[in-house]
Design a binder for this molecule. Structure first.
Ligand SMILES: NC(=O)C1=CN([C@@H]2O[C@H](COP(=O)(O)OP(=O)(O)OC[C@H]3O[C@@H](n4cnc5c(N)ncnc54)[C@H](O)[C@@H]3O)[C@@H](O)[C@H]2O)[C@H](O)CC1
Ligand SMILES: [K+]
Length: 503
């Protein structure tokens, strides 16, 4: 699913109006119905609502929602927030429609903000994507008052005060803290940013059938990977395929006391469908590997605390490297040897990333389209610090473009950035996955998909989706708190089945 910027949202709106021969006020009505459908599903008729409406189309949405809720029998108090003299045409039309069924109240200055009763759900329709400057005056004081109130808050489209682009953004600005944001057609970029969660709350995309033609043809910098996107990827197995068809992966890592990381990555690699897998560990890993993963082959490196360059034999296997590797100086030299000896894309995780962060001049030796899977701290070690999540995304693009690689920046809504700077946010997964070994499982899955000849960007997107999906399926049995990395591995198969089932 594409993520549009405010300019594209405006164009999409206009394009739809022409393509579907629908008036903009009717499009607003369609949007309002979707909001009201959500509200009627979630709130009893006894619930009171207080709706704050601005003077543009976001305010128009608020007026239309208020009218539809009143008609259904809800108790709704509507305030028009008079921060300027200008109003939009669809706002004006909706004022006329609403006036016929209720009395409108107006807030004209910061001195006249009415107290907020505690039994009411607040609906924020003050400003939407049309925001072009930080909140000040009446809007700022009102939003501060709403934020102080303990009431549940629903934002229409975006919480008032939020900017969807780096331009104009500052952490200093006031913005409304919603508990739920009901947004139209597409998630907005900030919804995928950790620092914005407290302003957006739980968000839901409501489709208002905007032009598929426009959506299909317009290029966007950001995408949100949904099940429908994943189902376009071919995971079908042909009848006459054999294990050689699905590649040979080599998982390199582990040290004394950290062999479990390689066990997890190797098992996950198999479960994700690779034909053959070899685990490359220190000698102390051999028995453990052969006992816990009999399907895997083992090859190794003698000492247990570091890796020896002399022992490495370059093969044509697809390499996933890093879990439990350690950062001993000899291991660092070994990693450099491996990346120089490899010409096909590889997966680098954990200590492999930490070693590269210490030796940035080696990054240029990475095979083209290699996939690095840092967590936020590892990412910061690679690219340096940043002031906010918008800047983080800029650094992400800069890095992948400079080093011709793919970064999988792990977290809620993992961000996957391609070498041309396109960013794909993942939609699966849950906080239960923030557990030991979860990253090792991901390394195994992505290496497996690369070995199976998926294009590197596809392997990263699909791998991250499957990993999160397995986590969601596992948590229905274990709950999030008890979820372990082994539970993820057990659910990889089910995740594949679900993806295929509905396709
Ligand atoms: N395609 C869709 O997704 C649809 C969206 N709808 C809704 O329309 C709004 C966007 O409406 P718009 O009139 O463009 O902008 P706003 O209502 O957000 O803002 C109005 C107006 O306010 C001025 N302004 C900007 N910043 C400030 C500020 N800090 N203080 C005061 N005033 C400000 C500026 O002149 C703006 O133009 C979208 O979010 C949806 O809710 C449609 O209803 C359905 C289709
Ligand atoms: K709003």
């Amino acid at each position: 699913m594409k993520i549009f910027n405010p300019q594209q949202i405006k164009e999409l709106d206009q394009y739809t109006i022409q393509e579907q021969s629908i008036s903009s006020v009717d499009l607003m009505e369609r949007a309002a119905h979707k909001i009201v459908d959500h509200i009627t599903l979630n709130y009893a008729i006894t619930q009171n609502f207080t709706v704050y409406c601005g003077l543009g189309n976001n305010g128009g949405d608020g007026l239309a929602v208020s009218r539809l809720l009143l008609k259904k029998g809800y108790n709704v108090t509507v305030y028009v927030v008079k921060y300027s003299a200008n109003t939009s045409l669809d706002f004006d039309e909706n004022i006329e429609r609403l006036k016929k069924i209720t009395t409108l109240r107006t807030i004209i200055s910061e001195k006249h903000i009415p107290p907020i009763p505690n039994n009411t759900v607040i609906i924020d329709a003050i400003l939407g994507v049309g925001i072009n400057r930080p909140l000040d005056g009446l809007c700022k004081v009102l939003v501060d008052a709403i934020n102080t109130a303990p009431n549940f808050k629903i934002a229409i489209d975006i919480p008032t005060g939020l900017f969807c682009e780096l331009e104009n953004y500052s952490t200093e600005h006031t913005l409304l803290n919603a508990n739920t944001t009901l947004t139209f057609e597409t998630p907005k970029l900030p919804y995928l940013m950790p620092s914005m969660a407290k302003h957006i709350g739980n968000w839901k995309v409501l489709s208002i059938n905007l032009s598929s033609h426009y959506k299909h043809n317009i290029a966007t910098e950001y995408e949100y990977t949904t099940l429908a996107d994943i189902q376009k990827i071919n995971i079908h197995r042909a009848k006459f395929s054999h294990k050689g068809t699905f590649g040979h992966a080599e998982i390199i890592g582990g040290a004394y006391g950290k062999i479990g990381a390689i066990v997890l990555a190797t098992k996950a690699c198999l479960k994700a469908g690779v034909g053959l897998v070899t685990a490359y560990t220190p000698n102390c890993g051999m028995q453990i590997l052969q006992t816990t993963v009999p399907e895997a082959m083992w090859t190794g490196n003698q000492p247990c605390d570091f890796y020896l360059e002399g022992n490495y034999i370059n093969t044509s296997k697809t390499i996933g490297m890093g879990p439990g590797l350690g950062v001993h100086p000899k291991t660092q030299a070994f990693l450099h040897l491996v990346i120089k000896a490899t010409s096909t894309p590889m997966v680098l995780d954990a200590d492999a990333i930490n070693i590269l962060a210490k030796n940035k001049e080696w990054l240029k030796d990475l095979p083209k389209n290699s996939i690095l899977t840092p967590h936020p701290k590892e990412f910061e070690r690679l690219v340096g610090s940043f002031n906010n999540d918008f800047e983080k995304l800029e650094k992400l693009k800069e890095f992948t473009e400079t080093y011709n690689c793919i970064i999988v920046l792990k977290g809620a809504n993992t961000a996957i950035c391609s070498p041309n700077g396109q960013i794909y946010f993942n939609s699966t997964g849950n906080p239960g996955m923030a557990t030991a070994g979860s990253g090792d499982v991901l390394t195994g899955i992505i290496t497996s998909l690369l070995a199976q000849k998926h294009k590197p960007i596809e392997a990263a997107i699909l791998g991250v989706y499957i990993h999160g999906f397995a986590g969601d399926l596992a948590s229905t049995k274990t709950g999030q708190i008890s979820l372990t990395a082994s539970d993820l591995i057990k659910n990889i198969g089910k995740a594949y089945l679900k993806i295929k089932q509905v396709s």
